[in-house]
Design a protein around this ligand. Structure first.
Ligand SMILES: [Zn+2]
Length: 327
């Protein structure tokens, strides 16, 4: 009898506790605050096989479709619940090159460019040196892309929301102070939480040295490259070397620091440097499609960056594989 009483009590508890906890979970989390951050296991080989007709068969797992050595998965969601989709390609453990577009939603051509570059390496694994891995995030700010706004759906400039020591809520965005444009707290936005978590907890664990390119537009007529910095106005040495190489290869102007009437706060390339991630912003020369030749240039933007990636992979980063312990 005692035994049955206990079971009954447990049952009653379950009846009361379960709906209450479901209610609390639904009001406290599981919306934007808990992005899906189940990252794939990079040590697991996702092999593609060849079927009887000689065609490559693409295997699917819970992270989506994969060809050999590539992974496509969701790192979190935007304010409006749009998934932030990344693809990584290659299995090299020494260098990770992360390429990011549309931190600002109205700079839509950066999303098209990153997606186009991603598709080259997604299809052609052989292009990636064995000591490298590539990571692509075409749109950090998909809601801004949808509404053609610089900021996210909560009117926060994501490139002022990074958890840095200089973060402030009333940030300069883009060239005048704007109340609340930095967000309510450092890293308050779900897009930034997802991005920083992915970089620190997944990419940084997967590779020894991480480099980041963050695309923006526009800086007419030349386009521009600006390296990451620890101290405002003073680029980090690795980031500067990276940015100078890109500037030489593309003809884009090297910017020591961003020309602004006031100091930019909570910025991505500053956050990167503070976390020993070497980075640069690249400003495209215009807002046009990457398939268009910008005014004063000799080739479409896409062609410029297709070539740049090859130069980075086979020239700039090749020193790592030769020396074995980094530049
Ligand atoms: Zn921008």
């Amino acid at each position: 009898m005692l035994f049955f009483n206990r079971i009954l009590r447990i049952k009653i508890k379950a009846i009361i506790v379960l709906p209450v906890s479901v209610f609390f979970i639904s009001i406290t989390g599981c919306t934007e605050n808990s992005p899906d951050t189940t990252f794939p296991d990079r040590n697991r080989v996702i092999a593609s096989t060849t079927d009887r007709t000689g065609r490559q068969e693409i295997k699917e797992n819970k992270f989506g479709k994969n060809v050999a050595g590539t992974r496509t998965y969701i790192i979190g969601k935007s304010v409006k619940g749009t998934p932030l989709v990344v693809t990584d390609a290659g299995n090299g453990k020494e260098i990770g090159l992360v390429i990011i577009g549309s931190l600002h939603g109205n700079e839509y051509n950066t999303k098209i460019l990153v997606a186009a570059l991603e598709s080259i390496y997604h299809k052609n694994q052989d292009f990636i040196p064995s000591h490298m891995s590539l990571f692509f995030l075409p749109a950090v700010n998909p809601d801004g892309v949808t509404y053609n706004t610089r900021r996210n759906a909560r009117n926060v400039d994501l490139n002022r929301n990074f958890p840095t020591e200089d973060w402030k809520s009333d940030a300069i965005s883009p060239n005048k102070q704007s109340v609340g444009s930095g967000g309510i707290s450092p890293g308050s936005e779900p897009e930034i939480r997802a991005l920083t978590k992915w970089l620190l907890e997944y990419v940084k664990q997967a590779v020894e040295h991480m480099y980041v390119i963050s695309f923006h537009s526009s800086y007419p007529p030349t386009g521009a490259v600006q390296p990451g910095y620890r101290i405002y106005g003073d680029p980090g040495p690795e980031s500067e070397e990276f940015a100078r190489f890109i500037s030489r290869e593309t003809g884009y102007k090297f910017l020591h620091t961003w020309i602004s009437s006031s100091r930019i706060t909570g910025e991505f390339i500053h956050w990167c440097e503070m976390n020993n991630i070497w980075s640069c912003d690249i400003e495209l020369p215009d807002y046009n499609s990457p398939s268009v030749i910008p005014h004063g240039k000799k080739e479409p933007t896409y062609a410029t960056f297709r070539k740049l990636l090859q130069e980075l992979l086979y020239d700039f980063f090749s020193l790592y594989s030769e020396e074995g312990n980094g530049r």
